[in-house]
Write a protein that binds this ligand. Structure first.
Ligand code: NAD
Length: 296
């Protein structure tokens, strides 16, 4: 029997998302360049992906969760790409964070073949992916958004249709630019407080009840020891990687040039994460910028 869902990209995000589809009662066949990831999905009840061309031909839905634009283009385009192989009626859902323009081009190319494709990037990180509480920001047609509901509902809690092809990625770029800037601002404020002898936990508590309150302060406080469960309190391991934030801020700056929209703080944040990454911290959680800001 051909599994209903073909899932391509079983990394930190893709694996828990695929597992939630499996738990939700869908049959899933998984593909990843790393064999160990495919084996983990198979151990959990998924089917082993050997021949992508064969699998996508019979699939009802293809979901992809890949690192960046170039990976998505290489999987979907070309003679052996998903767009060339799927049958009409197959729904394509790309949840990777990629350039809005690339998402738009893929959606339009799929539509030209009579295939529904939506860009459906997510917010919530590996924790939200595991818990099935991701926020999906979708670009595409109303029909594509409606057809995706049964699948997205197994992986997320808040599902939004932002507009035409590429709009989901545009929302994601705006959201993550603000997140990147907010993290740096929060880290700076905490650094200044600590430099003046304040207890960062006390400072965080007071700011969280004042006008400096924000999501970073309460959910992924970058100062070690303030939140025992945060990446900061665990050597900045896990969480949301500096290089992924750098990629997203790069998309924001690239988009701002194309649209002639000024993003001075987005550009500055990109440069600060770039410097931080080049200091060797690219794989750490993005809150680790707190450490670089504290260097004398
Ligand atoms: P990841 O690097 O852990 O996973 C990507 C997976 O794709 C890897 O397992 C890799 O082997 C696989 N892959 C790459 N090219 C492939 C190909 N051609 N065919 C099959 N598999 C291939 O990355 P992740 O953290 O899971 O992130 C995936 C996407 O989700 C990214 O676009 C990221 O920006 C976005 N995102 C990540 C987070 C987060 O907190 N990690 C949060 C929201 C969105």
């Amino acid at each position: 029997m051909t599994p209903e869902v073909v899932f391509i990209g079983l990394g930190n995000m893709g694996m828990p998302m695929a597992l939630n589809l499996l738990r939700g009662g869908f049959s899933v066949i998984g593909f990843d360049l790393a064999q160990a990831n495919v084996d983990s999905l198979v151990a959990a009840g998924g089917a082993k992906g050997i021949d992508l061309a064969q699998a996508v031909k019979g699939a009802k839905v293809v979901v992809s969760m890949l690192p960046a634009s170039q990976h998505v283009q290489s999987v979907y385009l070309g003679d052996q790409g998903v767009l060339a192989l799927v049958q009409k009626g197959t729904l394509l859902i790309d949840s990777s964070t990629i350039a809005p323009q690339v998402a738009k081009e893929l959606g339009v190319a799929a539509a030209a073949k009579g295939i529904e494709m939506i860009d459906a990037p997510v917010s919530g990180g590996p924790f939200g992916a595991k818990a099935g509480t991701l926020t999906f920001m979708v670009g595409g047609t109303e029909q594509g958004f409606a057809a995706a509901q049964p699948y997205l509902q197994k992986m997320g809690k808040a599902l939004y249709h932002a507009g035409a092809h590429g709009s989901g990625q545009t929302v994601k770029v705006c959201n993550n630019m603000l997140l990147g800037i907010t993290m740096i601002g929060t880290a700076e404020a905490l650094r200044l407080g600590v430099a003046n002898g304040l207890d960062p936990a006390v400072l965080s508590e007071i700011m969280s009840k004042s006008s400096g309150n924000n999501w970073v302060l309460n959910s992924c406080n970058p100062c070690p020891g303030v939140m025992p469960e945060s990446a900061a309190s665990n050597g900045y391991a896990g969480g949301f990687g500096v290089d992924l934030m750098l990629k997203d801020l790069g998309l924001a700056v690239e988009n701002s040039l194309a649209t002639k929209c000024s993003v001075p703080l987005g550009g500055l944040a990109r440069n600060l994460y770039d410097m931080h990454s080049k200091l060797g911290h690219g794989k750490l959680d993005y809150g680790s910028i707190y450490e670089t800001l504290g260097k004398k």
